[in-house]
Design a protein. Structure first.
Ligand SMILES: Cc1cc2nc3c(=O)[nH]c(=O)nc-3n(C[C@H](O)[C@H](O)[C@H](O)COP(=O)(O)O)c2cc1C
Length: 306
């Protein structure tokens, strides 16, 4: 049995494989990387785009730590107008399915972005609700269920493009946030964004205060997917610490309908092939017809068809 078993549907979006490149870790997918077979990628999520160009944070921006890394790149991007004119057409040539990640510092900025993106042919918009610079409070939208509900509802009223809410694990109760997003009409949830962390560079006597990613955060990602699966009906894209093939299986078993690959690609050039192989082997071994059959298999809330 081959790769055709890995076809999935996220709402109305059909993907050839469940592998989604996580926002910011694959740029805009335009670098020519010889060791990647692009046909095996289900969709790309772009680096988060904002209305105005952003320079990102000062150096140092990346630091390696045990089984992972801290990044404090920020939302460095050329702004939506440059993106649409110069980058999106190139992404279209290379990828079947395109998810564009967006973020705003204010509600108005989000709405402006949506109005612009409404004119473009893309497959989904991922709302990066995990950016810590929202409005006067300078907080993450996804750290408040009220704010999450309000923003998602407003955006949903402005667009018919399928919407994904990308949530932060840095909350007391992720279930509340996921429920708020679903009630406001979100189509999918992706978890997790990076985990707040800090590294000390003793040589340079500097700190890198940012987001932790990589193998060390997998248990946090799995727990978030596991918890959210119990309380929502919409599909979940499981992200965080997938650094080898079998990690992806674990995400499906606790409730994911697709998976995101991020820092895994920095340390394992074979990660995409490994995930494909592991998932096919697992489906064959368990005599499962497709990935839907194994979604949530190890979650008490079983048998849900998403
Ligand atoms: C260098 C880097 C840049 C990132 N940029 C973004 C971004 O622009 N928007 C976003 O939603 N997530 C961003 N992320 C978070 C990833 O998409 C992903 O959620 C996180 O790294 C956890 O997955 P991983 O452990 O597989 O890397 C970034 C992560 C890294 C490492």
């Amino acid at each position: 049995m081959g790769i055709e078993k890995l076809r999935i549907k996220l709402g109305h979006i059909e993907l050839k494989t469940p592998i989604i490149m996580a926002s910011g870790t694959f740029g805009y997918g335009l670098e020519k990387i010889n060791f990647i077979d692009y046909k095996k990628i289900g969709a790309i999520t772009t680096k988060t785009i904002t209305y105005y160009p952003w320079e990102g944070n000062p150096q140092p921006r990346i630091y390696e730590t045990y089984s992972g890394m801290i990044n404090s790149i920020g939302l460095q991007n050329p702004g939506v107008f440059y993106f649409i004119k110069n980058i999106l057409p190139k992404i279209r040539k290379k990828f079947n399915k395109i998810f564009v990640s967006i973020s705003g510092r204010t509600e108005n900025e989000f709405i402006q972005l949506i109005k612009i993106m409404n004119k473009e042919k893309i497959d989904a918009l991922e709302l990066n609700l995990s950016c810590p610079n929202f409005e006067k409070e300078q907080k993450m939208i996804s750290q408040s269920s009220d704010l999450t509900y309000k923003i998602v509802k407003k955006i949903k009223n402005e667009t018919s493009i399928p919407l994904i809410a990308k949530l932060s694990p840095n909350v007391t109760n992720i279930k509340e946030i996921a429920i708020a997003a679903e009630e406001a009409g979100i189509d999918m949830i992706s978890v997790i964004n990076t985990v707040k962390g800090l590294c000390v560079d003793l040589k340079k006597m500097k700190i890198i205060d940012g987001g932790l990613s990589g193998g060390c955060i997998k248990p946090i990602g799995l727990k978030c997917v596991y918890d959210i699966y119990k309380v929502v009906k919409i599909p979940i894209i499981g992200i965080g610490g997938i650094i080898k093939g079998t990690d992806a299986i674990e995400y499906f078993l606790v409730g994911a309908s697709a998976i995101g690959i991020g820092s895994g690609l920095f340390t394992n050039s074979q990660i995409i092939d490994e995930v494909i192989k592991s998932l096919i082997n697992f489906l064959n071994k368990t005599k499962s017809k497709n990935l839907k059959e194994i979604t949530g298999l190890l979650n008490e809330k079983k048998g849900k068809n998403r």
